[in-house]
Ligand binder design. Sequence first.
Ligand code: ISJ
Length: 434
Amino acid sequence: MPAARCCGPARRSCSSGREMAERPYVARTRRLDRDVDLVAFAGGDGHLFEREGLGLAGRGELLRIDVPPLDPAAAAAATSDAFDRFEVDDEVGSPGCGPVAFGAFPFDPAEPRTLVVPRVVVGRAEDGTRWITTTARRDEPAPDPSTVGLDLVPPAESEVDPGAIVVRAARPAADWCAALADGRDRLRDGELTKFVFAREVVVETERPLPRSAILRRLRAGYPSCYITSVGAMVGASPELLLSRRGDVVRSRPMAGTAPRSPDPAVDARLAAGLLASSKDRHEHQIVIDMIHDALLPWCSYLDAEPEPSVLGMANVQHLATYLEGRLSAPAASAVELVTALHPTPAICGTPTDRALEVIRELEGLERGAYAGPVGWLDAEGNGDWAVGIRSAELVGTRARVFAGVGVVADSDPEAELAETRSKLQAMLSALLRP
Ligand SMILES: C=C(O[C@@H]1C=C(C(=O)O)C=C[C@H]1O)C(=O)O
């Protein structure tokens, strides 16, 4: 049974005792005439998924939804059951309106996953539509979206000086390189084609890190990335795992990396070298093939760009390929597709099970939600999910910052170490403002 969408007189009939038991929650969406800054709205303790100023930001927590791991159909059933418990009064009707849930799922695909439905969500869409949704239990005084909204914007955190800062690699670089070489040598036995190996850097400060200031810096420095804040994780990922709008599905995987140069001629040479590198093209193709094969069973058609392009951020440039398809009816929900796709070889390897074994045995770190899917889902199954890379777990005065690299048979540990340093730069420069 879909979430009840009602408005006007129909709202009264929704208040029967039966409705009360079946639909204990209400969600009201209203158009916003004022503009809204999503990063400011999310503040230091909200939920955020934003790219180029568009997306969703939420505050508070009405409800948590447990999403079963590993089983796409069970994940879809759990989320649609949860959304069915809402009476929805939505005057806008765009993707991301009505009740929405945010999640930063763990990397480990077998671990439990949770979505959070905030109490207030604001949205900004590409066509200029802006809206606010409030959610509540039916038996509590319902906040009115036309009055509640933007007064909830938290005051900007002052640029609190976090005091003395200690930064250290969780594992000595030489040790990490030796473990990577050990894994690489196992690629030669033919059972494993690629695995992704990550490093962790720990940042400790005297006073808590200013989360909303960090998000503003990430947005300023990485405007083409997905700026996210969900649970303990913050990030600026360039990589779209999955976007689902109605029956249209998109993904933009990335794999294959080169540094940037301030000299345009050198930078162009680096990009051309990346496109011509058989190692990087191989790493990239593994990811595209897997995503294509994993999405195809859900689609009536699916197209991938024939050639990757090079996408540049401030710190690194990547090979990237768009895939776009139309979902077969009934269209699978975003959470169903995310469950089917994750973990891709961009952040795990191939074959998945062997790569997971090597990561668990040799990486020596707890990935948590690093490299897990991060995004949102609405009651119609729409959603946007990024790959949770270029991310950090922030807890009080401690941040764990992560970066990983794809390892194939001809990977060089020192070059891969340098690549992690370039990738870490995104988050470290946002955290450490001397
Ligand atoms: C794993 C990370 O990045 C991934 C690995 C890449 C590579 O190996 O070339 C490129 C983009 C990402 O898919 C990371 O940034 O932590």
